[in-house]
Design a protein around this ligand. Structure first.
Ligand SMILES: Cc1cc2nc3c(=O)[nH]c(=O)nc-3n(C[C@H](O)[C@H](O)[C@H](O)COP(=O)(O)OP(=O)(O)OC[C@H]3O[C@@H](n4cnc5c(N)ncnc54)[C@H](O)[C@@H]3O)c2cc1C
Length: 385
């Protein structure tokens, strides 16, 4: 192996977690290589697609509120410095709550404690401001006026580009599963190349269970998620910002976005779909989900009752047992780390995830117990929303 370049850190996976990890490490002067099998935020990645919500509300889970706060600042700084595109869209995020308001009340308390601006709205105020929404069963609303949407695929590409500008190297290759125990000196790619590094971060999202089947095969639950875009009536501004914000109807397990970049109203079920394989699953939406979402749209957005579905996407969440991230060392390989388990809410936190991993690798910073492998069970019991 003499003469071969040795990196400080090899990051495997250029989704939002790996991209920001490489970025934060490069910013701190590390020699970093970032490797992806298919490319940054490609169509099969959990970070693929056009848009992701960035919101501050997380019930009582203050750690994620604070991470969102840290992350939104860094996303905005990066976009301001590096791109002309509006990759963050401040649409506002509207939470609508029904009968069981425990999560809603906890969110109000946490946002207050963390100094996040919000507007609490009674049903009458909601009716007046958002007449395009059907509010049956809704008891209250909460608007985060400064939250919104990250334009996902392009945002990750911008992070990778900027990591490279700071000295990171990017390679398109598939990393093979590292073997052995103790210290890993290099990994191999499917091109037969060896990549030597002091530390290895596997930020492989829904692929983590495939690469480390013994440890993670039963701890990462990849679920099929279907997303729909409804075409809005011609010349109708009611479904675009500022008239309609991004929305979360928690009791209905539904979220969506207004008509951004004229793609239509985006809407999806947040309920976990069936277990799936990110390499091979069909990317064509099912008839049953189409039917369910059509009914739902007719109920909550009556003016879109007969609107055409103009686009669809099928993606996958990479869930841990309860929704907390997995960021920990491989117990069998001392310099190999896992970073994943975004669990349907990880995208917004990319900057904070990268920062945390840099702190673990470079500073030996205290580890957050919630992200540890030990806390990841083999049966699902979702607790983070
Ligand atoms: C439909 C949907 C909606 C969502 N909505 C939101 C939202 O509104 N807000 C939010 O914050 N989050 C949301 N999420 C969650 C968020 O998008 C994910 O948690 C996040 O993108 C996960 O990023 P990741 O980097 O861990 O995984 P990925 O983006 O999947 O990246 C993993 C990468 O690893 C690469 N890889 C895997 N194996 C190898 C290998 N052996 N060698 C080389 N490369 C490899 C893959 O090619 C891939 O690019 C949503 C997710 C989905 C699917």
């Amino acid at each position: 192996m003499s003469g071969q370049k040795t990196y400080d850190v090899a990051v495997i996976g250029a989704g939002v977690f790996g991209a920001w990890t490489a970025w934060q490490l490069a910013r701190r002067g590390q020699r970093v290589v970032l490797i992806d099998a298919y490319g940054p935020a490609h169509s099969r990645a959990s970070s693929g697609g056009e848009s992701r919500i960035i919101r501050m509300g997380y019930g009582a889970d203050e750690i994620y509120t604070r991470w969102s706060q840290r992350s939104i600042v860094q996303w905005k700084e990066l976009f301001a410095a590096r791109t002309q595109e509006k990759l963050f869209q401040e649409t506002g995020v509207l939470w609508l709550s029904g009968g069981d308001q425990a999560h809603f009340r906890q969110t109000l308390a946490t946002l207050t404690r963390c100094g996040v601006p919000f507007e609490k709205m009674e049903v009458k105020a909601l009716e007046k401001r958002f007449p395009q929404i059907g509010l049956d069963g809704i008891a209250a609303g909460l608007l985060e006026p400064h939250s919104g949407v990250l334009l996902a695929r392009r945002a990750v590409a911008a992070v990778v580009e900027d990591a490279v500008r700071q000295g990171a190297e990017y390679r398109n290759a598939q990393a093979l599963r590292p073997t052995g125990q103790g210290r890993v000196h290099h990994i191999r790619t499917n091109h037969g190349e060896n990549i030597a590094a002091g530390q290895f971060v596997f930020a492989c999202g829904p692929w983590l269970g495939k690469i480390f089947p013994d440890i993670l095969g039963s701890r990462i639950f990849t679920s099929r998620q279907e997303v729909f875009f409804f075409g809005v009536p011609a010349g109708d501004a009611r479904f675009a910002p500022p008239a309609l914000p991004t929305f979360l109807f928690q009791g209905d397990e539904i979220y969506g976005m207004p008509d951004l970049e004229t793609r239509g109203l985006k809407i999806a079920l947040d309920r976990h779909g069936e277990r799936t394989d990110p390499d091979t699953q069909s990317r064509i939406v099912s008839a049953s989900a189409t039917e369910e979402i059509r009914h739902y749209v007719a109920r909550r957005f009556p003016a879109l009752r007969d609107a055409p579905i103009v686009e669809t996407r099928v993606c996958q969440y990479e869930n841990t047992s309860n929704g907390d991230f997995l960021i920990d060392r491989n117990p069998e390989m001392e310099n190999v780390w896992f970073a994943g388990g975004g669990s349907g809410h990880g995208f917004k936190h990319g900057p904070a995830v990268g920062e945390y991993i840099a702190g673990q690798l470079l500073d030996g910073a205290p580890a957050e117990a919630r992200f540890s492998l030990d806390t990841k069970a083999t049966t699902q019991n979702r607790a983070v929303y």
